[in-house]
Design a binder for this molecule. Structure first.
Ligand code: SF4
Length: 402
């Protein structure tokens, strides 16, 4: 099929096959790819609405045994730079989030062997007791698998227990590329195979949760593997309908073991447009301005994105790999409106909550990103002592304390 014939299929709302999608990605002019993705966005979101959410991206621990080679965020067990946030620190972050109109935490962290399932359950219950309507978009599939292995309980049981404690939604992190050849090369096959990642989402959807899906591209994958990732997500969405949104970003190489260079802005826009065309059963695509910067983030709205993601109050993971972009609500709305769209606040289910909150009441500007912990803060939360230590380092520390 020629590019024109495939483009006609997309305009007619027909599903594209793998070889057609690959042909578009490799050979269609960038402007055409953008126009096609934009036509799909406009069909799904008439009226020019572009949404965003006010939430906070909190990383409860940076201690991780997975050691993915593309990650600059984690610290090994026993590292002086390792941390676990205390429940009180997390409550303070929620208070600050609510003060700027926030409605949820995106809560993710490393695979810390000293945090058992009961730590997560106690945290979620404590959050819900204090903030009954505040939402927890928490624990990506590899974290759920890690907790399942630690507790020797099936994934479905772990999800049910986390839901009972207050889990509202599962973020789609840790997907990287859902092809096991790539996962082995990125040292993330052990934390979750492609099937295991998808299976956590399948269980979460069956348990009634809505979740997101992500893709980190630009490491060692081929074009075909990038596409296979999208096709696997499309197939699971066909089966469960549980994904609310898709977010893609490029690998951030600074301070990582894998190193290398970052994909370009054009590759990002082409990949985003391809995703919009292939993921015809996903309603929402986010712009990843956190990795691409505000200007490419704004351009994403012409390449298939209909959502600007989250107001950034705190960021730790991407910053560790060298990128540190900050936009508060005023900036996000300025970018949306300047691109010709209507800005609306939403919740995790992409339901419209209203107009920008700063137009309704005074909210503090957030022009600098907060971090999980101040540099050099090595305090250990009091409540951690309530949970049995599992790592050798933590056991030794407990013995020295006693
Ligand atoms: S990407 Fe996540 S699982 Fe992998 S090393 Fe970093 S924190 Fe650990």
């Amino acid at each position: 099929m020629t590019i024109d014939q495939i483009a006609a299929k997309v305009r007619a709302g027909e599903r594209v096959a793998a070889d057609e999608a690959l042909e578009l990605y490799r050979r269609a002019p960038t402007a055409l790819l953008g126009r096609l993705a934009d036509s799909v966005r406009a069909r799904k979101h008439p009226g020019g609405l572009v949404t965003y959410i006010i939430d906070r991206n909190v990383n409860y621990t940076n201690v991780c045994v997975a050691k993915c080679n593309f990650c600059a965020f984690y610290r090994p067990v026993g590292s002086a730079e390792g941390y676990v946030l205390g429940f009180d620190e997390i409550f303070t972050k929620i208070d600050e989030t609510i003060a700027v109109g926030g409605v949820q935490l995106l809560l993710q962290g490393g695979h810390n062997p000293d945090l058992p399932l009961s730590w997560y359950e106690d945290l979620f219950r404590a959050v819900k007791a204090r903030y009954p309507t505040f939402k927890l978009h928490a624990l990506s599939p590899p974290e759920v698998i890690h907790i399942s292995r630690l507790s020797q309980l099936p994934v479905a049981t772990v999800i049910d227990r986390l839901i009972a404690a207050g889990l509202d939604s599962v973020p789609g992190g840790g997907a990287e590329i859902l092809v096991d050849r790539v996962r082995k090369l990125l040292h993330c096959y052990g934390k979750a195979t492609a099937d295991e990642w998808l299976d956590v989402m399948r269980h979460a959807h069956r348990a009634g949760l809505r979740t997101t899906a992500t893709m980190m591209y630009g490491t060692v994958e081929t074009d075909e593997e990038r596409l296979e990732h999208l096709l696997r997500l499309r197939a699971l969405q066909e089966e469960t309908g549980g994904f609310t949104a898709f977010i893609t970003w490029s690998y951030q190489p600074d301070h990582t073991e894998l190193a290398g260079s970052e994909a370009t802005g054009i590759d990002y826009l082409r990949t985003l447009a391809l995703a919009r065309i292939v993921l015809d059963n996903f309603d929402n695509l986010q712009a990843s301005w956190v990795t691409q910067g505000g200007k490419v983030g704004q351009l994403s709205l012409a390449f298939g994105a209909n959502d600007m993601g989250s107001v950034m109050i705190e960021e730790n993971v991407v910053r560790a790999a060298g990128a540190s972009y900050c936009m508060d609500e005023v900036e996000i709305v300025r970018n949306i409106e300047d691109a010709g769209f209507v800005a609306k606040r939403r919740n995790m289910h992409y339901e419209i909550l209203g107009d920008p909150i700063f137009r309704e009441r005074e909210v503090p500007r957030m022009l600098e990103l907060a971090t999980a912990r101040a540099d050099g803060d090595q305090t250990v939360p009091e409540e951690l002592r309530l949970y049995p230590a599992r790592s050798r380092t933590a056991k030794q520390e407990r013995r020295q304390e006693n």
